[in-house]
Design a protein around this ligand. Sequence first.
Ligand code: NAP
Length: 250
Amino acid sequence: MSQTEFKSKTVIISGGSRGIGRACCLAFAKAGANIVFTYNKSLDKAETLKKEIEKIGGSCLSLSCDARDFGQSKSVIEQAISKFGSLDVLINNAGIIKDKALMMMTEDDWQAVIDTNLTGVFNLSRAAIVTFLKQKKGCILNMSSVSGLVGIARQTNYSATKAGIIGFSKSLAKEVAPYGIRVNVVAPGFIDTDMVQSIKEDIRNQIVSSIPLGRLGAAEDVAELCLFLASDRAGYITGEVVKIDGGLTV
Ligand code: NAP
């Protein structure tokens, strides 16, 4: 990757304030991209990240947007185009967990995860696709999980969204390939972010011992994969699901 690979390109990253989204913002900024990222609750972290991006010479627009909200998502795309005049890459990254055994799961636990993780992907993709179709180019990366591929106990809600994202992405990839638009899925295993730190330590240790590479992934590992998939180097890859899990699901 060169520091100019994404020069003059605009990359939108949902849920950029923390974790994998944050690492993606910094990686794409270092590669020369204009960064537009969204956050929901973490205003302070969003402001810090914006400053960090500007310190390394990047241009950045930080926007409050609840992934569940169709109107706010549409506005993100409009504001990105209005500020930077272009739209090249959309990374649907925002996501939450509300892990529980199904017999304890409330309707709210179910709906919050579906609305954020799956409807959120529809909302931003629906708004961005209009521009991508008009310009006959564009790239969408959707953050799934190995949970959507192999299932994880106590994650029926989360797993359903992550499998749903794969179906959504494969259908969209076929639909928009004739217009030069690529759609791919990143499926991480266990990555060391707040999401995984919220798992009890003894369970986390068990998880680490089951990962062939012997460690949790770093958010930067996932950002590196996103850089590649969003670049012209991956110009012949679409409709693909790329696992990044340290061998967990081998
Ligand atoms: P994280 O550290 O918990 O960060 C989640 C991000 O999503 C935050 O920036 C948060 O913003 C944002 N977000 C949450 N709800 C939102 C909403 N309603 N609207 C807009 N933004 C919202 O999580 P992470 O580990 O980086 O995960 C990022 C993505 O990777 C998720 O889709 C997750 O499912 C997926 N993933 C993670 C792992 C892992 O092991 N960490 C594994 C597989 C897949 P605020 O803080 O501003 O609310």
